[in-house]
Design a protein around this ligand. Structure first.
Ligand code: FAD
Length: 191
C-alpha cells in the first residue's frame, strides 16, 4: 500500500488522475509503469488527509512550492482554481532536473499565458533554463523571496510538497524569505 496524491480537479469527471514517479528500486511505483495495464482493478482507500487543501475563499496571494511528483496536489489546486475562474494571485515555484522532467509542463505554461494572476517559476537544476523568469539552481531563500516579490503582496497561504529533504530545504527557504511559519503547510512524500 502506498499513498498517491490526486492531481485532477475535484470538479472534473469521475476520473482520478495520479502522477506516479518511477523509482527504479521501488516495489510499487515500477508496478504501475511496467506491469499495470488498462482494465486492471486497483484497490483504493481514501481520500486521506485534509490539511493540504486549496483555500477556497482566499483573497490574499497563494504560493505553491514543489519538486518532481510533488507537483501533483499543487496541480489539483491550480486546476480547481482555473475551473472556478478564481483570480486570487497565485505563484508556483517548481523544482525539476531538466525542462523535460517538468510534470504538466505544457499545461502550466498554457495556464500562465492565459492567466495574468498566475506566475510560474521553474528551478531547473541540471540544465540552463530558457526563460529569464526561471532559475538555474536549487530552491533557496533568495529564490523564494524573488518569487514572492512577483505577487502583489505577501502570500497568506504557502503549500510545499515533495520529498522530505526537499520540503525541509524549501520550508527553511520560505522562513528565511520572511514568510510566517503559521501560513506554511507541508506534504512529505518520504525518501
Ligand atoms: C501523502 C503522500 C502522497 C504521495 N504522493 C505521491 C505522488 O503523487 N506521486 C508519487 O510518485 N509518489 C507519491 N508519494 C510517494 C509514494 O507513496 C511512494 O513512497 C513511492 O511511489 C515509492 O514507492 P515504491 O514502492 O516504488 O518504493 P519503495 O519500495 O517503498 O522504496 C522507496 C525507496 O526506498 C529504497 N529502499 C527500499 N527498500 C530499501 C532497503 N531495504 N534499504 C535501502 N533502501 C531501500 C528504494 O530503493 C526506493 O528508492 C506520496 C507519499 C505520501 C506519503
Amino acid at each position: 500500500m502506498r499513498g498517491y496524491s490526486i492531481a485532477s480537479s475535484p470538479n472534473a469527471s469521475d476520473i482520478i488522475e495520479l502522477a506516479i514517479e518511477r523509482l527504479p528500486d521501488g516495489e510499487v511505483s515500477p508496478f504501475f509503469h511496467d506491469i499495470a495495464v488498462v482494465g486492471d482493478e486497483i484497490e483504493l482507500r481514501g481520500p486521506l488527509g485534509g490539511h493540504f487543501l486549496w483555500p477556497e475563499h482566499a483573497t490574499a496571494p497563494v504560493l505553491l512550492i514543489g519538486a518532481g511528483s510533488g507537483v501533483a496536489p499543487l496541480m489539483a489546486m491550480l486546476r480547481h482554481r482555473r475551473d472556478l475562474a478564481q483570480t486570487v494571485p497565485t505563484a508556483l515555484l517548481l523544482s525539476s532536473r531538466t525542462k523535460h522532467d517538468v510534470l504538466f509542463g505544457g499545461e502550466l505554461l498554457a495556464l500562465e499565458t492565459a492567466d495574468p494572476q498566475f506566475k510560474l517559476a521553474l528551478a531547473i537544476t541540471r540544465e540552463t533554463p530558457e526563460r529569464p523568469t526561471d532559475f538555474a539552481r536549487r530552491i533557496d531563500s533568495a529564490m523564494v523571496a524573488e518569487v514572492v516579490a512577483r505577487l502583489p503582496r505577501m502570500p497568506a497561504h504557502v503549500f510545499v510538497c515533495g520529498s522530505n529533504p526537499f520540503v525541509n530545504a524549501a520550508a527553511d527557504g520560505a522562513l528565511l524569505a520572511g514568510l510566517d511559519a503559521a501560513v506554511i503547510k507541508t506534504e512529505r512524500y518520504g525518501g
